[in-house]
Write a protein that binds this ligand. Sequence first.
Ligand SMILES: [Zn+2]
Length: 383
Amino acid sequence: MKLLTFLAITIFSSSSHAMVCDLKSHPDIGNQILKELEANPITCRPNSVHLSFDDGPSPTVTPVILEELKKRQVQASFFITTTNLAPEHPRYKENRDIVLKTMNAGHLIANHGHNHDAYCLRMNHKGETLDEGFTQQEREEQVARSIELLQWSTGGKYQQQIPLLFRFPYGRGAMPSEIELQKMVSKGEIVLKGNTYGEQLAEYRQLSPPLQTLAGSNLSHLGWNHDSNDSSFGVKAPNSEILKSYILKNLKGLCSDPKITKVALFHDIKEMNMTAIPVILDIGKCLGLKFISAQEMAKDKNLNKTGVLIDKQDILIGMTKNIISTLDETKKIGANQCETEIDKSCYSEQYQKRYPHCTGGDSVCFEGKWLSKTDPIIINNCH
Ligand SMILES: [Zn+2]
């Protein structure tokens, strides 16, 4: 492996090789990044990468990403927020067509739930509660509604896919932060015996009512181990300097840690990804990255060991093993007695400041997320 790493760096450090990188789109930005990499080579290991896109579909962004993936024969996963498919959404017909087109192009249609809310306690890094999470009944209703809309939108083909994946909004329910786990323990909602965060997280995943709800609906959970950090940006694309730095940061992240399949989190509602994804694909390939499908990704058992992929069978086994000793704690987590203070503000990396609820420019901050000012959620709630 050391030899391979050395070769990868050496090849890419050589300018004669660096320039042969085939840039199928956006050669202007791509060439600027190649120059930057020539001047400051990065250490790249030949990792496998699975691209995943959340919160869509977006009539503006998703079709462009589909076209760029098609040019390169790369298969990705699209975690659909199914409020976008419901008849009350003004563009639901268009969104349904995109979902069907995505599936027919060989990508995985995955489930990101109905309303984009936390399935369990969600706190910020300061320890303030952002969302107390759905109750058990709400979780079941949300999962059932999302499956119903995905089935309806795909003529029943959604549930025939392998694997059948779900991703909790914000990852809560499968990927609680250390501070959230501590809060659950300190309130007596859950008993965890482990000493380290890693040990406690593994125990939590065997008890998590949101995960059990998924397993009951035949769904496995896919988190991520590479965050593109596109949530820090607005819906509209930033200027080219910021875009270049975003692409470089992602390439560096995807190239780090050998032998680990990267599950990369992006959002197909962010216009910056219309440019960034093709450049990441082209230069990533030159750097030795291999972009793999959901089916190939699911074969990597390391993803199960690290909890990035939580298989429904493992959830059910965990549930059986723990059901007697943890029944009371489980009920309490389901009740989620949390604080009610909700921080709805959004941080903009572009302007390096925090915006209150319902403010911003082309992008408007709504409940902690940036949305386009033409988004029906903004029109309905912020005017
Ligand atoms: Zn999301």
